[in-house]
Write a protein that binds this ligand. Sequence first.
Ligand code: SF4
Length: 260
Amino acid sequence: MSGTAYSHSRVGLFDQCPLAYRYRYLDGIADAFTTIEQHLGQVVHDVLEQAYAERSRGQAVDAGWLTAAFERLWHSPELATHRVVKRGVTPDEYRAQGLAMVGSFHDRVFAADDSETVYLERRFSLALDGAGSPVWAGVIDRLARLADGTLRLIDYKTGRSVPDPRTDRQLQSYALHVLAEQRVGQVELCYEGLRGGTSLTAPFPASQAGEVRGHLLARIAAIEAASSWPARPSILCNWCGFNPICPEAGGMKRLPRSRR
Ligand code: SF4
């Protein structure tokens, strides 16, 4: 295997559409556009990062602080360049969704959260299997230490579905790094579903690390063994940044309003 860096999003793109994977990672083609959903997700993540950083500096952070931070970050100079795919939905409706997410998170979690922030938005990479092995990379939204000493590895989700931390590989793979870095025998995985207001948690003991590592290595081996990258058209083509150059993307219908 090569020493190439892989990530949850890279492996996920191969599963979603091998041709899109080829465009981005093998041909080095940049996405033709970014979407309003990407902007929404980035702004919400930035607000929560800044809120916890401010609190760690001893400053008071209330719901109004989060709202003001969201408004400041939302109205970036690039706002008008983000593509709104869903017909009939305005950027302001996405702004309202984001405000609802950070407001709800404040009331449901942040206001009473007395955990210690270990770090925020931390990039990491680790060799999966010795010298020359593939590197696994990611960004940890927040690592927190709870009052009882438990380390909680947190990932924010702004989409409609929230992964099950007992089975989803993203945080499990991030836990490989935290277990080694913090020299602990277990971490708690937590997906914060910001849209629906759900917190899903599960313990991840070091005894599961080998199985996860083996799964990642097998997935990477399958990707590196690929000799063709077929298009896999779906409704997601409408959000794909390679849509303008993709011969398979034509004919996709935009979402009717009733299915949003
Ligand atoms: S437009 Fe659709 S088929 Fe084409 S690369 Fe993107 S996701 Fe794949």
